[in-house]
Design a binder for this molecule. Structure first.
Ligand SMILES: *[C@@H]1O[C@H](CO)[C@@H](O)[C@H](O)[C@H]1NC(C)=O
Ligand SMILES: *[C@@H]1O[C@H](CO)[C@@H](O)[C@H](O)[C@H]1NC(C)=O
Ligand SMILES: *[C@@H]1O[C@H](CO)[C@@H](O)[C@H](O)[C@H]1NC(C)=O
Ligand SMILES: *[C@@H]1O[C@H](CO)[C@@H](O)[C@H](O)[C@H]1NC(C)=O
Ligand SMILES: *[C@@H]1O[C@H](CO)[C@@H](O)[C@H](O)[C@H]1NC(C)=O
Ligand SMILES: *[C@@H]1O[C@H](CO)[C@@H](O)[C@H](O)[C@H]1NC(C)=O
Ligand SMILES: *[C@@H]1O[C@H](CO)[C@@H](O)[C@H](O)[C@H]1NC(C)=O
Ligand SMILES: *[C@@H]1O[C@H](CO)[C@@H](O)[C@H](O)[C@H]1NC(C)=O
Ligand SMILES: *[C@@H]1O[C@H](CO)[C@@H](O)[C@H](O)[C@H]1NC(C)=O
Ligand SMILES: *[C@@H]1O[C@H](CO)[C@@H](O)[C@H](O)[C@H]1NC(C)=O
Ligand SMILES: *[C@@H]1O[C@H](CO)[C@@H](O)[C@H](O)[C@H]1NC(C)=O
Ligand SMILES: *[C@@H]1O[C@H](CO)[C@@H](O)[C@H](O)[C@H]1NC(C)=O
Length: 411
């Protein structure tokens, strides 16, 4: 009987151990890929050209792997853009013909050399900020009459602050803030916080996207802008320009674990993958469909967001970097990210919105169950089993004890 109890406990412990084993293979994901990350502002800028025109900066981040390099280029000439170039060489370089680059009409004024080492390239461009008067509180700009829209803010016409002042070479971050000339932005700004990563990890602040050494992150913040109506909502237009494989479709994945991003059970990824979906994804932009209405959000400050279906766009986006690197005949597609849903507070309540996107190479990181959730699951599944088994043991013990008493008088 003691042996039976021991067996049961044994089984329970074994079950827990197995679960933890199983989970750690999930958690680590077997990925310890690291890169050496270094930042460089305006690579190769000839001192005779300084100073650059106001608001123009080019940040180059080199993320060096054992055998390959990821180059990130963040540029504020025209609409802000992040270009990712993956090369098969550990010594590939970014070459900028600055006079031509600044004229903005010469394809090839920015190159990653040797050009034969380039495996993959893709650019994400922030083109427009749309504002609409949501009089009927539908939060559905795709079904609103054009009269509901205010003139969009063209990000190519923003004046951008000096990147030099916000560069943090140790944290691998930079903050690019800009504003429109209109009165709405007199106390406001649109900022892009760029982060590059040398290893797998997760940001502290929500949405706490999982990143790895092949990804970088942009957090968009719309702070202190004077809305043009009391019921204003915003959407942000994004465009992508690809090398060989443009980002063509958005996949929405579901999860049953929202521990890292409370109340959000989905992740969306705009992927660059060959027509046949069995082929691996080459690159991606990944986000959780949530924006936050305060810089240090609590649960109530989360507001869902939605993306429109990506559509092909006939022209290249107005980014100096895209023109310089890709030039004329590239495929462009775009979508609108709409912040907030019907019934949620309007922008005027906090005058703040932030949204985060991860841009990277290869397959997007996959959120796995956290150790806490796995332990809860193990206990949740294991405890009823333990109770059933112990219950069974008790019944047996009772029977064994009772039997002699019942039968004794007969004997
Ligand atoms: C700057 O560029 C000019 C012309 O391209 C060249 O003559 C000059 O030596 C360069 N200066 C430096 C400091 O590299
Ligand atoms: C990164 O830098 C460290 C120290 O400088 C070096 O030991 C390591 O090999 C480098 N790793 C890669 C992938 O270049
Ligand atoms: C580097 O790449 C070459 C060829 O692409 C391969 O043969 C070699 O094993 C790679 N080295 C490492 C350390 O991955
Ligand atoms: C680019 O612009 C410059 C100055 O505006 C002009 O001299 C040059 O011919 C232009 N180049 C092309 C390829 O259009
Ligand atoms: C708002 O709702 C009213 C009544 O349903 C409708 O007549 C009007 O066109 C709507 N306005 C917009 C901008 O959708
Ligand atoms: C933005 O700039 C472009 C090119 O300089 C100009 O044609 C356009 O009118 C400007 N748009 C706004 C809204 O200021
Ligand atoms: C950044 O700013 C500092 C001080 O203002 C200046 O010394 C430095 O040269 C600047 N760096 C670049 C790359 O412009
Ligand atoms: C901007 O802020 C200043 C000082 O806080 C204030 O006087 C001014 O009215 C504000 N402008 C707008 C457009 O809100
Ligand atoms: C990152 O990219 C390198 C080179 O393509 C690949 O070997 C590695 O597995 C990738 N790591 C992750 C975490 O995706
Ligand atoms: C925001 O707009 C709503 C709807 O018109 C209004 O009721 C509310 O007072 C406004 N809030 C602020 C802080 O201005
Ligand atoms: C992709 O799929 C289509 C039809 O689904 C097929 O005709 C084509 O050959 C496939 N291409 C490759 C490279 O497998
Ligand atoms: C974004 O929304 C605006 C307003 O509805 C529309 O004019 C524009 O074409 C949309 N852009 C994309 C890429 O769907």
């Amino acid at each position: 009987m003691a042996a039976e109890v021991m067996y049961t406990i044994h089984f329970y412990v074994l079950f827990l151990l197995l679960t933890v084993r199983f989970s750690s293979s999930f958690i680590g994901n077997g990925e310890n890929y690291r890169r050496n990350v270094s930042l460089e502002l305006n690579p190769g800028l000839n001192s005779s050209l300084k100073p650059l025109p106001p608001g123009v900066d080019l940040l180059h981040v080199r993320a060096l792997g054992k055998n390959n390099t990821l180059h990130y280029l963040l540029c504020s000439q025209g609409a802000p853009a992040l270009l990712l170039v993956h090369t098969s060489s550990a010594s590939s370089k970014v070459e900028v013909d600055w006079p031509a680059f600044l004229v903005q009409n010469t394809t090839g004024s920015l190159k990653v050399t040797p050009e034969s080492s380039v495996l993959y390239s893709n650019a994400l461009v922030f083109t427009r900020l749309w504002e609409y008067d949501d009089v009927n509180d539908t939060a559905d700009p795709e079904h609103l009459p054009p009269s509901s829209f205010f003139q969009p803010y063209e990000l190519q016409n923003f004046t951008w602050d000096d990147l030099n002042k916000t560069l943090d070479p140790t944290a691998h971050t930079a903050l690019l803030c800009g504003r429109d000339a209109s009165e709405s932005f007199s106390n406001g700004s649109l900022c892009l916080k760029f982060s590059a990563f040398d290893a797998e990890g997760r940001d502290q602040g929500w949405p706490s996207l999982l990143h790895n050494a092949n990804s970088s992150q942009l957090r968009v913040g719309l702070d202190g802008v004077l809305p043009r109506s009391n019921r204003s909502r915003f959407s942000l237009e994004l465009q992508v320009v690809g090398g060989t494989q443009p980002m063509s479709r958005v996949d929405v994945l579901r999860s049953i674990d929202d521990e890292y991003t409370p109340s959000i059970f989905k992740v969306s990824q705009w992927v660059s993958s060959p027509v046949n979906s069995t082929s691996p994804v080459l690159g991606y932009a990944q986000w959780k469909p949530v924006a936050y209405r305060r810089p240090s959000p609590v649960f109530e400050d989360a507001t869902p967001c939605r993306h429109s279906t990506p559509v092909p766009i006939a022209q290249l986006p107005p980014s100096g970097l895209v023109l310089a690197y890709f030039g004329g005949e590239r495929q462009t597609s775009g979508l609108n990210m709409t912040f907030s849903i019907a019934g949620d507070p309007f922008y005027n309540t906090t005058n703040y919105l932030s949204w985060t996107v991860l841009v990277g190479l290869g397959s997007p990181p996959v959120d796995s169950f956290s150790p806490l959730v796995l332990v809860i699951m193990a206990v949740g599944l294991g405890t009823p089993l333990l109770i059933i088994l112990l219950g069974g043991v008790c019944v047996c013990v009772r029977k064994n004890r009772l039997q002699p008493q019942v039968y004794q008088p007969i004997n």
